[in-house]
Design a binder for this molecule. Structure first.
Ligand SMILES: [Cu+2]
Length: 262
């Protein structure tokens, strides 16, 4: 009889635990998997006439999704690797395959690229390369970074983040912006467990390393952490994108303070 009571008590405890998770709204998978090793989703917004963020530092396996956000002139934008196949000098690892999104003209249109070969990747927008619409992605750690800037127009040279910037707190702030935009994208796609896991990565990023130091120097680390917690609360309630956006914009503004005037 006592064994049955113990079993019953065990079942009740499990059910209460499940109920607690359900009420809290946080997917159990997100709290049990190791969020630091899974592939991440970075979103780069395509605007008139720049990529936001203009640089990222990835681990092999990470995914980048570019989303067309602005097209005021109607001439569209592209996401195109610097490669001889595009009549440009080779500015991606020689073993990596080149890519070209073709002209994107519909707001909300996306282009996705996963990165596995370590190295430095430079890309540009075909119609607006001469206006400095370019970006740089570093994949992997401990890469010999000897940026050879031959073959870039002057406007592109002044707009492209340097490899030193990308490996410092500016690069970490760019990564945080890309991850934040990725959180919104995942939430919008209904992938709430992934959005939640990625938000935790973001929270970890602002607590550690060069980004944490830079935020402390600006006196905005606590404010940023509180906004991230607020975003987490909204996510756990499955709030619609329109409800997430104001908080995300506040986070974006705080992170932007670290990337200006560099
Ligand atoms: Cu463009």
């Amino acid at each position: 009889m006592e064994r049955w009571l113990a079993l019953l008590a065990g079942i009740v405890a499990v059910l209460l635990g499940a109920l607690w998770f359900w009420l809290r709204g946080s997917p159990p998978s997100a709290s049990t998997t190791d969020v630091t090793s899974q592939p991440r989703v970075f979103v780069v917004e395509i605007r008139d006439f720049y990529f936001d963020p203009p640089g990222l530092t990835l681990r092999p396996g990470d995914r980048v999704i570019w989303i067309l956000k602005e097209n005021a002139n109607g001439d569209g934008h592209t996401v195109t690797a610097y490669h001889p196949s595009q009549d440009r000098p080779l500015r991606i690892p020689s073993e990596a395959a080149p890519w070209n999104s073709q002209l994107m003209t519909t707001i909300g249109q996306t282009f996705t690229q996963s990165f596995s070969v370590p190295g430095v990747y430079d890309y540009f927008c075909v119609p607006h390369e001469q206006q400095g619409m370019v970006g740089r992605i570093i994949v992997g750690e401990g890469i010999a970074l000897t940026p050879d800037e031959r073959g870039l127009p002057a406007a592109a040279l002044s707009a492209i983040p340097t490899t030193a910037e990308l490996q410092g707190h500016v690069g970490e702030a760019f990564n945080a912006i890309g991850l934040l935009q990725g959180v919104l994208y995942l939430a919008q796609q209904g992938q709430s467990a992934s959005a939640w896991a990625q938000l935790r990565l973001l929270q970890k990023l602002v607590k550690e390393g060069q980004l944490a130091v830079a935020l402390q120097q600006q006196g905005i680390q606590t404010a940023l952490e509180s906004r991230l917690a607020a975003l987490g609360t909204l996510l756990s309630r499955n709030a619609p994108l329109t409800a997430l956006e104001p908080t995300a914009a506040q986070i974006r503004t705080l992170l932007g303070r670290l990337t200006q005037g560099e």
